[in-house]
Design a binder for this molecule. Sequence first.
Ligand code: THU
Length: 132
Amino acid sequence: MTEKELMDLVGRAKAARDKAYVPYSHFAVGAAVLTKEGEFFTGCNIENASYGATCCAERVALFKAVSHGCRDIRALAVVADAKQPVPPCGICRQVMIELAPRAVVAMANLQGETKITTTDELLPSPFGGGFL
Ligand code: THU
């Protein structure tokens, strides 16, 4: 992944954030993933009156990629309006370790601060199918 590719992905996540459905938290998040084939999928958080039914932006983007037949995710970006770049929640990390285990992850805020990490750095010692 080049710096340019990652910043392009962050830009797509930022644009996707505009579609967030957040009547409860008012905390809009955008995400984007890049597949091995070079395809992009974006997502935003989608909340629900039954709060637990809410889906984070990262999972929306990942599920869109997988539902389009893309199983090899190279990178994921997540953008929110926060003092610091926002890290994915625990549920999203568990989904990322399953669906994007080798992905580079760019976390950014609207001021342009960006932190780069990887899925396995975000979730060391994960539970996985090997235990079943
Ligand atoms: N949220 C995300 O979409 N991604 C994250 O990385 C953190 C949290 C959403 C869930 C909920 O709609 C709102 O942000 C507040 O938690």
